[in-house]
Design a protein around this ligand. Structure first.
Ligand SMILES: Cc1cc2nc3c(=O)[nH]c(=O)nc-3n(C[C@H](O)[C@H](O)[C@H](O)COP(=O)(O)OP(=O)(O)OC[C@H]3O[C@@H](n4cnc5c(N)ncnc54)[C@H](O)[C@@H]3O)c2cc1C
Length: 290
């Protein structure tokens, strides 16, 4: 195995490198997923592998809002997203989700781009991004393409990104009611815990208290990020009461079983995702419940 390390300084240089080495290159950002994978992977003898470090490219780390669209550069760390006053204002549940990732050290190195590309069903940034109807922008020497986040995944740890492509940014419209959102996660312990279950909720509520739009996206529940349309429809057009919220939350558990089947973990996961979703909906409505 040949191993080289390349550190481009601009996106232009990076795209040249990716176009030249394609399959023989691997982008590295914070390396918090990649290092673990490299250690476990069996490289094909003789196949060159170049690690292409993108952390020296300042134009890939940014958070900005322009014309009502929030753009987050792929190399932006979880720490910077969690601390960003922009994200705290326009999508506080994304800041909350990034704040639950790993430990301070992991958040300081791990990037949102790496989290998206790694495509773990337990990735914490993905439920809020799905609820926000975010899109990803992929660029290569051939041009660029934008893909809705829920269409970007082919399965657990699999995406539609092609050799030679870079994830440049993730972007989404500023929600109408950024305050009406929540992200809840449970892990096996209080800190440095991969999510056992999580859920992101984003609601649009009118002056009469009626929910006019609902977005519900669970994590660690389905093979890849998805919105639970039946749950969203259960809430839409209603002034929420206990019965409606419970019915919507139960739809999330039902969808998990419909998609993933009954597994050894279902007797635990189904009631817990229903309870977590119920709490998350009320939290998004500004009500704390048990
Ligand atoms: C101890 C520990 C705890 C963790 N806890 C959590 C947690 O609580 N929640 C959670 O969601 N994750 C967790 N993780 C996983 C990891 O930290 C995150 O997924 C992180 O966001 C990965 O980002 P990175 O920059 O380190 O990616 P890297 O490891 O550098 O890269 C990951 C993958 O993405 C590719 N890649 C990276 N950037 C780009 C790009 N811009 N374009 C194209 N391809 C790219 C790489 O080639 C690689 O395939 C944890 C990891 C560890 C080691």
């Amino acid at each position: 195995m040949t191993l080289g390390f390349i550190r481009p300084k601009t996106v232009g240089e990076l795209l040249e490198v990716l176009a030249e080495y394609k399959d023989g290159s691997k982008i590295v950002a914070g390396a918090t997923d990649l290092l673990v994978q490299q250690r476990n992977s069996k490289q094909v003898e003789g196949k060159p592998l170049y690690l292409v470090d993108i952390t020296g490219i300042p134009e890939l780390a940014y958070i900005n809002v322009e014309s009502g669209v929030v753009r987050i550069g792929a190399a932006t760390t979880h720490r910077d997203i969690a601390r960003s006053t922009v994200i705290q204002d326009v999508a506080p549940f994304l800041a909350d989700a990034c704040l639950t990732v790993g430990s301070p050290q992991i958040r300081a190195r791990g990037t949102i781009g790496g989290n998206i590309i790694n495509a773990s069903p337990a990735a914490d940034s993905l439920p809020p991004l799905a609820a926000l109807s975010a899109q990803v922008r992929l660029v290569s020497k051939r041009g660029s393409r934008d893909i809705a986040i829920c269409d970007f995944f082919k399965g657990p740890y699999k995406t539609v990104i092609e050799p030679g492509e870079l994830l440049q940014e993730v972007f989404f419209k500023v929600p109408k009611n950024p305050g009406n959102c929540s992200f809840l996660k449970i892990g096996r312990r209080e800190a440095v815990a991969i999510s056992r279950l999580s859920v992101a909720v984003l609601l649009d509520v009118d002056e009469s208290g009626k929910i006019t739009e609902a977005a519900i996206a669970p994590g660690s529940c389905l093979p890849m990020p998805a919105r639970i349309v039946r749950a969203e429809e259960t809430l839409t057009g209603k002034v929420p009461d206990e019965e409606t919220v419970e019915a919507a939350a139960n739809e999330v558990g039902e969808e998990m079983v419909r998609v993933s089947g009954v597994r050894w973990s279902t007797p635990y996961k189904k009631p817990v995702i229903c309870a977590l979703t119920r709490r998350a909906i009320w939290k998004a409505l500004g009500v704390d419940v048990d």
